[in-house]
Design a protein around this ligand. Structure first.
Ligand code: ARG
Length: 842
């Protein structure tokens, strides 16, 4: 097996080099011929010349001319030779390249025997060889037969469904132009089609030239050549470990002696068991897994479709995850340096997740249900059933989740958990607050199925019984999040329900300035005079209880003034509100250009001037403008998650940040991106949590601070009331139908809308969204502006704050359909957490 495999690989290279040698020889023969003919020509020419000009003495000028011709000819010949050599050695060799696929399928009706674990055993070979031949003959008789090179069976593993799981590599040698012919779908379709034609009855097992193969188990993924070479047999970079006895931990420690290589550890456990991997600590450079990373696969080969989890950052709090069968692959990429991995793995016997819960009457939590293997990560596949038994028909079950929400399933698939409660299907989603799911039928059955592509965060929920007739306690209001809040909090201008369901259909709180009644907290110290005489804006540095509407100073004390941050006046006792305020203050340049009247160019926007928005960044993907962003510090930018959500968009190496730029193409600085941090709860369907941070590879040069400057982050308490005017900037389209992007940075003035106004236009918008626009719609952001800033000043001359990030909208510039922005004030902790953890300074 080994020899055949190695021999095959070697063979082709030898062939290639043989071919190369022949071609070189050919070239030298040609050169000799050219030289000889040249000589002949020269001689003949000279003879003729001599005959013609016999009486005269040879003219030295003539000689010079000859020399020049000769030199030109020689140079020409040398160039031709060099070019041919180049072509033979480099271009031709490059124009054929290997395309590698990792695949697997289940062979039914075969019993797994332990010897199959050893690829050099005769049992392995006698099983693998025929399979290898079958695959080869399938591809040799297919449309890609001329490109097919070889198949290597790398592993045979037990399948808990029965039969043997075959892992294999497939290699194609493809001239560059033909690459699409061996696309992933095409290659896998060939295998599927061959099995499909033989499917009988409703069984999923068909025949691949006599081999019983389960069509549902076929998976073929394109893989990297480096993965192929490092997992193929004989590689120094693959280790195999086996856990035979359940629950016995086997230590796994890796030190980065592998510097620069991708190395693999293949884990297997006893048939019928699954594997739990625990990562106790991992020390790597964060780089979105581009340089350092650990990829864990739910298979024995690195197949994209079988990724269980990607560790792209250091781990200090242990993380455990489980496989879906008895195999797992750890794929380490570690660059030079002191990279360390410590952990262990063990075999686990799968337990049935079936629970019968008797729920006592009476208030208070009665117990907790958890995702399977809690607190391990949620597996890719699982199923759990909880049957609740109530003591009375008047009682229902209330499940209180920490950071998870169940919503009725629509036509889309559930991406983070599938739930069935009394025959009704729900999808689960992660969220940053608690929710209560109430089941108003007695003795309900709750079924949960894992439905995430990779291992997900685990969840737990406390359960209690509740009175179906009256879900919330007396004097409380039931939110759509299931939470109960005091009735007095309804329409108080504050989001007590966490989804603003206590704030819909509310009129604005009245401004009760005089008399005994107190003024609504939203009006107190919000920077605007709401009461005559401005008494709502006095004593604002007064200490108050901490809440969403008070400013929290560095020492933990809260004060009334909501917009205390960086307003030029020290308000906190410790003056922390004026720390870190080198932001949002366009410098000298702005003032110089201010007087120049900008030319009206497009519906809603005007040209910006140099240095006016020094935090504005143009993000280019593969060389094209794709999104906007804002500068937060010398090492970090902020943008929208949806700019990076597709797989191809998530590679930081494809992005460039053009900074300090007014006209496209004239950036003062172009920065490379080290990594992209997309919000973990980003929901691509409704654009919730549409925020991302970009870490730069290198800090931008401080000498450019005239042109490049951070924008200030708002405090969580920052409020700009309805009608407050802000600016949106970007190089996006100037209208919905526009085909060409503007060259000059555009700016448009828009007003902040109240959340109820926003909901009137769009229906449900989350508390993490903010609307801004003008009623006519004439001023708005559009495609290409995404991720860019919505910049607001508390008052003219003050600092600029990043109040919003361009996120979405219905069309562009339509009346009564404002632009929707990510509400940055909701993410201050999240931003700080990420920037602090990885260091703002580079
Ligand atoms: N999603 C868009 C982008 O990717 C931004 C849309 C903003 N639309 C609007 N009408 N404000 O560039």
């Amino acid at each position: 097996m080994d020899a055949a495999r190695g021999g095959g690989g070697q063979g082709s290279e030898d062939d290639a080099s043989q071919e190369d040698t022949t071609s070189v020889a050919d070239v030298s023969v040609e050169v000799a011929t050219v030289d000889a003919s040249l000589h002949k020509l020269c001689r003949r020419y000279n003879r003729r010349r001599r005959r013609a000009k016999k009486p005269k003495k040879t003219n030295p000028l003539w000689n010079l001319q000859n020399l020049a011709i000769l030199i030109t000819v020689v140079v020409f010949v040398v160039v031709v030779i060099m070019w041919s050599l180049l072509w033979v050695f480099i271009f031709r060799r490059e124009s054929n390249s290997g395309v590698y696929f990792a695949g697997m399928f289940r062979v039914a009706n075969v019993e797994f025997i332990p010897e199959y674990r050893h690829a050099d055993s005769s049992e392995f070979l006698s099983m693998a060889n025929p399979i290898q031949h079958v695959i080869t003959s399938v591809y040799r008789t297919s449309s890609v037969s001329r490109l097919y090179k070889q198949t290597i069976i790398s592993d045979l593993s037990n399948n808990n469904k029965g039969g043997v799981l075959v892992h294999f590599w497939m290699v194609f040698v493809v001239p560059h132009l033909k690459t699409p012919a061996v696309c992933e779908e095409c290659v896998s379709a060939i295998l599927r089609d061959s099995v499909f034609t033989s499917l009988k009855n409703r069984s999923s097992v068909g025949f691949l030239q006599g081999l019983p193969v389960d069509i549902d188990s076929i998976l073929v993924n394109v893989a990297l050549r480096s993965d192929y070479t490092s997992t193929a047999m004989g590689s120094q970079c693959v280790d195999k470990l086996y856990a035979g006895i359940p629950d016995v931990s086997i230590p796994l420690n890796v030190f980065s002696s592998w510097g620069g290589l991708t190395c693999h550890i293949k884990l297997t456990s006893a048939p019928g068991s699954i594997i739990r991997l625990t990562v106790r600590s991992l020390r790597i450079e964060p780089s979105d897994c581009i340089y350092d990373g650990l990829n864990v696969y739910d298979a024995l080969l690195p197949m994209r479709g079988m990724i269980l989890y990607r560790f792209c950052e250091s781990v200090s709090v242990p993380v455990s995850l489980v496989s879906t069968s008895n195999v797992m692959l750890l794929s380490f990429s570690l660059t030079q340096g002191s990279k360390i991995f410590r952990g262990h793995f063990q075999a686990l016997l799968e337990e049935e997740c079936m629970n019968l819960i008797e729920l006592p009457a009476g208030p208070g939590d009665a117990g907790v249900i958890t995702s399977p293997f809690y607190p391990n990560l949620l597996p890719r596949q699982c199923s759990c059933t909880w049957k609740f038994q109530m003591s009375s028909n008047a009682l229902g079950v209330a499940l209180r989740f920490q950071n998870y929400i169940l919503k009725l399933k629509d036509s889309q698939n559930c991406e983070h958990g599938w739930w069935k409660v009394n025959e009704i299907i729900y999808c689960g989603n992660y969220i940053d607050h608690s929710t209560v799911f109430r089941i108003s039928t007695p003795n309900p059955e709750v079924v949960f199925r894992c439905s995430s592509r990779n291992a997900d965060q685990p969840f737990n929920a406390t359960y209690s019984s509740y009175n179906i007739g009256q879900p919330c306690p007396e004097g409380h209001f039931l939110c759509t999040t299931g939470l109960c809040v005091e009735k007095a909090r309804r329409c108080d201008g504050m989001d007590d329900c966490q989804d603003e369901s206590d704030e819909i259909f509310c009129s604005k709180p009245p401004k009760l300035c005089g008399g005994s009644s107190t003024l609504h907290p939203l009006y107190i110290c919000n920077g605007e005079v709401d009461c005559s005489g401005g008494k709502d804006e006095t004593n604002c540095t007064q200490e108050t209880s901490c809440s969403g509407v008070s400013y929290r100073c560095g020492d933990g004390v809260c004060i009334l003034k909501k917009n205390a941050k960086c307003d030029g006046a020290p308000d906190c006792f410790d003056r922390s509100d004026e720390n870190d305020c080198a932001c949002g203050n366009p410098g000298v340049l702005k003032r110089v250009f201010d007087s120049a009247s900008p030319q009206q160019r497009i519906v809603g926007g005007v040209n910006a001037v140099e240095g006016e928005w020094p935090w504005q960044v143009s993000l280019h993907f593969s060389g094209q403008l794709y999104c906007g962003a804002s500068v937060l510090s010398d090492g970090w930018l902020i943008s929208a998650a949806h700019c990076f959500s597709k797989e191809r968009l998530s590679d930081p190496r494809q992005w460039m940040a053009h900074m300090g730029m007014l006209n496209q193409g004239s950036a003062k600085h172009v920065a490379e991106i080290r990594r992209i941090v997309v919000h973990e709860y980003y929901n691509a369907r409704i654009f919730d949590y549409d925020i991302a941070l970009l870490q730069l590879k290198k800090a931008w040069p401080i000498s450019l601070e005239q042109y490049i400057q951070p924008i200030c982050l708002p405090a969580p308490s920052q409020t700009f009331s309805e009608g407050h005017r802000c600016w949106v900037t970007g190089w996006g389209y100037r209208s919905e139908q526009d085909k060409v992007l503007p060259t000059v940075l555009q700016k448009a003035e828009v007003s902040i809308l109240s959340q109820s106004e926003c909901k009137r236009s769009y229906g449900p918008v989350s508390p993490r969204m903010l609307c801004a626009g003008v009623p006519s719609g004439e001023q708005d952001a559009c495609r290409g502006d995404s991720g860019g800033p919505l910049s607001c000043q508390a008052h003219s001359g003050g600092r600029w704050f990043l109040t919003g990030i361009v996120s979405w909208g219905s069309g562009c510039g339509r009346p009564n359909l404002p632009g929707v922005y990510t509400r940055v004030a909701k993410f201050i902790d999240w931003i700080q957490r990420h920037i602090d953890a990885k260091g703002t300074k580079l």
